[in-house]
Design a protein around this ligand. Structure first.
Ligand code: NDP
Length: 493
């Protein structure tokens, strides 16, 4: 099996130490690819290439040129979207249909940023000084490090790559060590689109070695990270030594409030969609279902009836609705997480174990699970499990629902289901989250910002704010008629 290479300074190269890593298909535990295993030395080389390209290259000089190249990347993704979708399913285990949706979104994000690349040349400010010009111009931040997780490998990479490129930065990306395949392919497409040498660099090692070097290296100006809260804290610390800019997209434990006056069937259907795509491995999954007492029992019954029919299997089979978890280690985490919930008093309404089916035995499968009798203080309600598990809490008043929803260290996203839009707006105003959906869940598009409150992180991706993350603002003041002030040393001693 040919070993896939890293991309540094415009060349595809093996890692210095000549080691490699096997990439595993989570559906059957088989090796699908081998990639070169980068180390600190490779990370340093990649940073140097990005530094040289930024300090001595032309990438920062023309927003119009950058827009043209980023549009070309969008077109190439559109051309190769089926191949990319298949690679993503191979790497993550998610259904091919979900991977196809991802690829549409990914091409859309590159196209969105290509569209706005040259639309904002800065701002003239009214100057209080006569005969002067005051203006604000936007400049790239410099060398950006981008570290991405395994759950939406290429989607998360794209939310970082497209705005960073359009803003004129150079970059080094490190995908999760377990899901690098689509990111490698997109670097090939960026090369084909004509991104100049050294502007984009890719290293493929582990977080503890390569990731750590990238976060602390003094030649890096910004670290943008998507991943778990523990890693986010380490990165913040490492970046603090040289006061790098940091953007953190961390986890979530997202409440989904259902009032008794909601459309029952739609709320049931969407409560399932809110969690079970990609086997619940979604940062914004609505895993904390908070249901008004009057409909609680019927709601649980309706959910259980639907969950019974969820078809687990290979992401490549057309009738599969849910694939495996990403790895053996992650499966064990989810098993432990549910066990703790049961010890704490939760009741398993359905699921709560691995499936028995022989054909799923080699994969990392866990059954879609619903836990009732959940209380806010339980670990299973507070911690991000990142698996196909819904916990259900009850409420009786609007204030109680809001208090439950906000009782979390996280603040990534949440949902409210009701036909009373005034009530919905009251809830939205009090919910401490970066995104709140009313009568929907998990909707994203390139034009709207994405990011968290509280310990879900800071900074925003997507939208115009996503571009601003990668820009510095420079105030330029030009005095057209300079005069002497004669303050210093004009009085003879
Ligand atoms: P991790 O935090 O384990 O890893 C994320 C990335 O960080 C990986 O590339 C990892 O490398 C790297 N990394 C690990 N240790 C370090 C380190 N010391 N220094 C620098 N980089 C390091 O997250 P997961 O991959 O497990 O992803 C799941 C998490 O991501 C969940 O918490 C989820 O909520 C969050 N997430 C948040 C999103 C958001 O928009 N807010 C979106 C998607 C996911 P390696 O793989 O080699 O360990």
């Amino acid at each position: 099996m040919q070993i896939k290479k890293q991309f540094i300074d415009g060349k595809w190269v093996y890692a210095e130490k000549n080691k490699s890593r096997e990439i595993i298909n989570p559906f059957n535990n088989e090796v699908t690819a081998k990639v070169t295993e980068s180390d600190k030395a490779d990370a340093k080389k990649a940073i140097l290439a990005a530094r040289n390209a930024f300090d001595h290259g032309e990438w920062a000089t023309s927003a119009i040129e950058r827009g043209i190249i980023v549009r070309k990347i969008a077109e190439l993704i559109e051309r190769d979207k089926e191949e990319l979708a298949k690679l993503e399913t191979l790497d993550t285990g998610k259904t091919l249909e979900e991977s196809r949706w991802d690829m549409e979104d990914i091409a859309g994000v590159f196209a969105y940023y290509a569209d706005i690349a040259d639309k904002d040349g800065g701002e003239i400010i009214e100057s209080p000084i006569p005969n002067s010009i005051s203006k604000v111009v936007y400049e790239p931040v410099g060398v950006c490090v981008q570290i991405t997780p395994w759950n939406y490998p290429l989607l998360q990479a794209t939310w970082k790559l497209a705005p960073a490129l359009v803003a004129g930065n150079t970059l080094v990306m490190k995908p999760s060590e377990i899901t690098p395949l689509t990111t490698i392919k997109v670097f090939e497409l960026m090369e084909e689109a004509g991104v100049p040498k050294g502007v984009v660099n890719l290293v493929l090692g582990s977080g503890n070695t390569v990731g750590a070097e990238l976060s602390e290296n003094p030649d890096v100006d910004l670290v943008s990270f998507t991943g778990g809260i523990k890693t986010g804290k380490k990165i913040m610390q490492a970046a603090s030594h040289t006061v790098k800019k940091v953007a953190l997209e961390l986890g979530g434990k997202n409440p989904n409030i259902v009032f008794a006056d909601a459309d029952f069937d739609i709320a049931v259907d969407q409560a399932l969609n809110a969690v079970f795509f990609h086997a619940g491995q979604i940062c914004s999954a609505g895993t904390r279902l908070i249901v008004e007492e009057a409909i609680h029992d019927d709601f649980v019954d309706a959910l259980v009836k639907r969950v019974k029919n969820i078809k687990l299997g290979s992401g490549f089979e057309e009738d599969t609705e849910m694939g495996p978890l990403i790895s053996k280690e992650h499966l064990q985490k989810v098993i432990n997480y549910v066990d703790i919930g049961i010890e704490e008093g939760a009741t398993v309404a359905i699921g709560g174990k691995q499936p028995d089916a022989e054909e799923l035995k080699n994969g990392f499968f866990y059954m879609p699970t619903i836990l009732t009798n959940c209380m806010t203080a339980m670990t299973v309600v507070q911690n991000e499990g990142f698996g196909p598990v819904i916990t259900i809490e009850k409420f009786t008043t609007e204030d109680e629902a809001i208090a439950l929803a906000n009782d979390s260290i996280y603040g990534l996203s949440g949902g409210v289901w009701t036909k009373d839009l005034a009530k919905a707006e009251r809830c939205v105003a009090k919910m401490r989250m970066g995104t709140v959906w009313v009568n929907d869940f998990n909707i994203y598009f390139p034009h709207a910002p994405w990011g968290g409150y509280k310990q879900s992180g800071f900074g925003r991706e997507l939208g115009k704010t996503g571009l601003e993350e990668y820009q510095e603002q420079k105030h330029v003041f030009v005095n057209l008629q300079p005069e002497t002030i004669n303050w210093f040393g004009t009085k003879e001693k």
